[in-house]
Design a protein around this ligand. Structure first.
Ligand code: PMP
Length: 403
């Protein structure tokens, strides 16, 4: 019965990963799949996650009952608050959220829901984008034409913002969806600046495009959860746009295999939100019935406790800081070996370097960390810190060091 089938190609990234695993070389480094590794190249269970796992294991009230179809309520609410920055009551009444099978499940559920509810003709995705975006839309919204907007300029290893805007201005039609990476664009690592995000939001408003954000790296990119959510929050703050967000907790909590995620819809008003949510729950029932409980419990536990949340933010800084240090080391080595080509983009893909922050103790407060950002930015990107702020940043950092 199945002999007529053509063999489907495997996913190239997972293919490379299995080749890597088989390679006996002692000095090997994987630059393939986006999973965090520690100094020894080993998976890193975040200390805060480990701590909470113990607490959950010892809690006699823990059970393995089904979750409601929308997911674990404390998780769904904390996920929403983390993304939208503790939204006001009036904004909250416009947001419909439910737990999904991580970011992939959120994109999938969103694709199917937007396909069914808005009947869009096209979706615009960046060229290039995360490979699975294409596959998910192929499967969940097969009649929506996938169009690419220019994004990466290979000649300069930077964002082709002019090309992106010109193409969308010319060819995007009212009602089209546009997929945007909330931060740490995959695979290029290049994000629009805040000024450019404002222009993209203007364009969505003017041309009546529906923004669908994929937020897979909040806090993992810059080390600051608010900074990494800036684009989503800006779009929402305009009050004129309705939008959707797929949210993943794989990277920022290191919970890859637990499949923790959420899908959020920001509707025009509460009544529209409620209707949208009822359709999402209907889809959820048919697709997975009830989302998995374990990882969601961990995330909710951490995000709902101020102290644990602060500890988790330190874990985030360790991960994002190490990534930046590794980039700097790779860049340095390429330069030292006089490798032909320009390699600045390896270090320039990040806004702020965090070497200094790594030296801050785990008990530092968020304000301390923000102050340290000024210092790090001053050292590594002095052009980004206005002259008159440099001395002040220096003084502030001295205070931290003495504290
Ligand atoms: N979106 C993007 C852009 C990603 O890079 C990833 C992970 N590679 C995901 C979504 C989904 O990841 P997960 O399903 O593990 O949450």
């Amino acid at each position: 019965l199945f002999n007529h089938l053509e063999t489907m190609p495997g996913d190239p990234i997972f293919g490379l990963m299995s080749l890597y695993a088989k390679d006996p070389a002692e000095k090997k480094a994987s630059l393939t799949i986006g999973v965090y590794r520690d100094e020894e190249g080993k998976p890193w269970v975040l200390p805060t996650v480990k701590k909470v796992e113990k607490m959950i294991a010892e809690d006699v009230a823990t059970n393995h009952e089904y979750l409601p179809m929308e997911g674990l309520q404390p998780f769904v609410e904390s996920a929403r608050d983390l993304l939208f920055g503790n939204p006001s009551a009036s904004l909250t009444s416009r947001i419909g959220s439910l737990q999904t099978i991580s970011g992939t499940g959120a994109v999938h559920l969103g694709a199917r829901f937007l396909n069914d509810s808005l009947s869009p003709k096209r979706i615009w995705v960046s060229d290039p984008t995360w490979g699975n975006h294409h596959a998910i839309f192929d499967i969940a919204a097969p009649h929506v034409e996938q169009k690419m907007y220019p994004y990466y300029d290979a000649a300069t290893c930077s964002l082709n913002f002019t090309g992106m805007m010109e193409t969308l201005e010319r060819d995007a039609q009212p009602g089209d969806l546009i997929l945007l990476h909330a931060c740490a664009h995959n695979p290029t690592g290049i994000d629009p600046t805040k000024e450019q995000w404002k222009q993209i939001a203007d364009l969505c408003e003017r041309k009546h495009l529906f923004p669908f954000f994929d937020s897979a790296y909040q806090g993992f990119a810059s080390g600051d959860v608010d900074e990494d959510a800036w684009a989503v929050r800006h779009f929402v703050s305009r009050g004129t746009l309705e939008l959707a967000v797929a949210q993943s907790f794989s990277k920022n909590f290191g919970l890859y295999g637990q499949r923790v995620g959420a899908f959020h819809i920001v509707a025009a008003d509460e009544a529209a939100r409620d209707k949208a949510l009822s359709h999402l729950i209907y889809l959820q029932r048919a697709e997975i019935s009830n989302p998995p409980v374990y990882g969601a419990r961990i995330v909710a536990f951490i995000l709902q406790n101020e102290e644990l949340k602060r500890e988790w933010e330190q874990d985030l800084l360790i991960m994002s800081g190490r990534i930046k240090t590794m980039r700097a080391a790779l860049y340095g080595e390429l330069k030292a070996l006089q490798t032909p080509g320009s390699w600045e983009h390896i270090v320039n893909q990040n806004e702020v370097d965090l070497y200094e922050i790594l030296e801050i103790s785990r008990s530092a407060t968020k304000t301390d960390i923000k102050k340290a950002y000024h210092k790090a930015a001053r050292i590594h990107h002095p052009d980004k810190v206005p002259e008159d702020q440099r001395a002040a940043a220096d003084d502030r950092f001295k205070d931290i060091q003495q504290a």
